[in-house]
Ligand binder design. Sequence first.
Ligand code: NAP
Length: 247
Amino acid sequence: MKILLLGGTGEARKLAGVLTGAGVEVMSSLAGRTTDARQPVGEVRTGGFGGADGLADWLRDHPVDAMIDATHPFAATMTAHAVAASRDTGVPLLVLRRPGWTRGPDDTWHWADSTTAAADLLPTLGSRVFLTIGRQGLDAFATTGLWTLARCVDAPEPRPTWCTLILARGPFALADEIGLLRENSIDVLVTKDSGSSQTAAKLAAARELELPTLIIRRPPLPAGLETVESVDGAAQWVMRLSHSSST
Ligand code: NAP
């Protein structure tokens, strides 16, 4: 078995390890925009394919038994390209998407459908903002006029001057997140519904300090896709495919 694994997440890295350990050949694909990205085991290719047609051409030139999209829940363009290339080439596609955040009884959560909708709603929720949506989409918040602490893994280019920027990569500890919110007198948290355990502590910190959290909803997945929510589920899908192709 050989799998093209569209990565860029912790789950993709974990899956590459599990599949490689089970004797499956894995080619991980990374967008290549994060400096010092953690590398998965197995073969790795880096950089875009050149749209859906480019991905379809790549699949024709590099035959694989299946493709798994384990990109970030907000990487909607890559997912749309994977769907189109799978349809055009007949290569089976599985989407691995971890579940979103789950609201607890003590959480004060507000939802927005997009970064611009979140920026519109934000001034009604607070005035000192902790913005943790990555570097894409930051600009939508530039015009809120609110004091903003933005945290990203890599600095946006050009570097924004309207907010205070900190560069850090998870996992983050709850005590540190509480300290950061207190030191900066934060009164509202903004995040995407990434569902990542690596960055969940900020939600617990906001709950602890009774701060409102504004969450940007995930883009919807295209209809009719085969999806799983866990690395184990994806590994089982590959094993089932392997058995059905060998019988
Ligand atoms: P996107 O908007 O869906 O994709 C934009 C373009 O980047 C795609 O059209 C593709 O270029 C290229 N690309 C994306 N993922 C790729 C991959 N795994 N391998 C090869 N090319 C890829 O995605 P994005 O939001 O920019 O995310 C880029 C990467 O960062 C993804 O791997 C994602 O998992 C990871 N990431 C994203 C976020 C986020 O919030 N969006 C957060 C953390 C990590 P071509 O059209 O040229 O093929």
